[in-house]
Every structure is written in structure tokens, then in C-alpha cells.
Design a protein around this ligand. Structure first.
Ligand code: NAD
Length: 183
């Protein structure tokens, strides 16, 4: 039987529990998953504090843990192949889908809840599936970064292994420095 390979793109600034719910859903439905780490050229800003390499580490550790849990619980019956690929933005939306396709393995379906991403892939004739939004107010990058800056609890909104990566790279100090706030 043909392998179903799906594509999902995010900025993962940082990778959070909303992304993990979407991953769980996708991994229950497809054989292989390509994760694009978008805006790969961006880092060290309040909107995009983490480098592409740091975000790859977050996504890769979080997905390894998730797959193990899903196997243990019987949600999936075999390991899934993952590809994590950094993708820089191009400032021409009309050409973006071709850019993505030239950089990642072939795929037959895209998962996204981002309206622009959905629109661009649908216009290119690619099948797009959306998932529900999981606790969207709390599970969103902007809110988690705000909590980091304001010294509020942010760790409850990301997988433990992602919090470890953020601590390893002194991510909270970085985002506070950039936002120019005292602790
Ligand atoms: P993101 O990390 O904010 O979100 C990634 C995905 O997860 C999105 O589909 C989002 O809707 C979904 N999501 C987030 N929180 C969720 C929750 N709580 N429940 C369910 N789903 C949730 O990343 P993003 O900004 O959407 O990433 C899109 C990337 O594509 C960006 O890097 C963008 O620059 C890139 N892009 C580039 C171009 C271009 O270069 N011209 C064009 C389109 C998109």
C-alpha cells in the first residue's frame, strides 16, 4: 500500500502543547510526517526568539517522546518516519508552495490551521486538512512568549523536553533582554 506522507509547517516559537495535539492527530492518520520549521532565517526577536536549530531540537525531542507514548498506549501500532526541515520565508506568497515543494520530500496532504498556508496550498491543488484548535488562547506562541517576558509560568504550556531546551539555551533571558525587561 502507498505510504501517506503529510506536511505540517509551524514557526514553533516555541513548540507548545497545541502543536503537540495537532501532531498526535496527524500521526494517528498518516505513515510519515514532514515538519517544516518555518521562518528559519528568523531569531533573536520578540516574535521569533529561537533559532531554527533550537526549534528543530524542540520539535525533534517532543515528537520522539510523543511517538513513544503513542506506541505504548496503542494509539499507533508502528513507528512513524519523521523529517524535520528548516524552511526560510520567501517574500512572494504566489511562489511559496513551489519553494516548499522544492525543499522537502514529496507529500500528498498538508495539515494546517493557518489561513494563509491553507489558502496557498489549496490554490496549488494540494489536499489540506485542518484540525480543531486546542485551548487556543493559552496554547499559542504569542501568549507563551508574553508569559516568559512577564515572568509568569510558561512551562505548563510546553512539553517538559521543550522547557529543557529553552533552559539549555537560556531562552527566557534572551527574550527578556530583547524585550528589554527586568526579571
Ligand atoms: P505556528 O507555530 O504559530 O503554528 C503552526 C500551526 O499550528 C498552524 O497551522 C497553527 O494554526 C497551528 N496551531 C497553533 N496553535 C494551535 C492550537 N492551540 N491548536 C491547534 N492548532 C494550533 O506557525 P505559523 O506562523 O502558522 O507557521 C507558518 C509558517 O509558514 C511561518 O513560518 C510563515 O512565515 C510560513 N509562510 C511563509 C510564506 C512565505 O514565505 N511567503 C507564506 C506562507 C507561510
Amino acid at each position: 500500500m502507498a505510504v501517506t506522507r503529510a506536511f505540517f509547517i509551524g514557526r514553533f516559537q516555541p513548540c507548545h502543547l497545541g502543536h503537540m495535539e495537532v501532531f498526535r492527530k496527524i500521526l494517528g492518520e498518516v505513515d510519515e510526517l514532514i515538519v517544516g520549521v518555518g521562518s528559519a532565517q528568523e531569531s533573536h526577536t520578540v516574535e521569533n526568539p529561537f533559532t531554527a536549530g533550537e526549534r528543530i531540537l524542540m520539535v525533534s525531542r517532543a515528537l520522539d517522546e510523543l511517538l513513544e507514548k503513542m506506541l505504548e498506549s496503542g494509539e499507533i501500532d508502528k513507528m512513524k518516519k519523521l523529517y524535520i526541515i528548516p524552511l526560510e520565508d520567501i517574500y512572494r506568497n504566489s511562489l511559496w508552495v513551489s519553494h516548499v515543494m522544492s525543499m522537502v520530500p514529496p507529500f500528498s496532504v498538508v495539515y494546517s490551521n493557518n489561513p494563509l498556508v491553507i489558502r496557498l496550498f489549496r490554490e496549488a491543488g494540494v489536499t489540506v486538512r485542518s484540525t480543531k484548535l486546542y485551548r487556543r488562547f493559552e496554547y499559542q506562541g504569542t501568549e507563551i512568549r508574553r508569559k516568559m517576558i512577564e515572568g509568569e509560568d510558561w512551562k505548563n504550556y510546553v512539553p517538559d523536553c521543550v522547557a529543557e531546551v529553552i533552559e539549555e539555551v537560556k531562552g527566557v533571558e534572551r527574550i527578556r533582554d530583547i524585550a528589554n525587561r527586568d526579571v
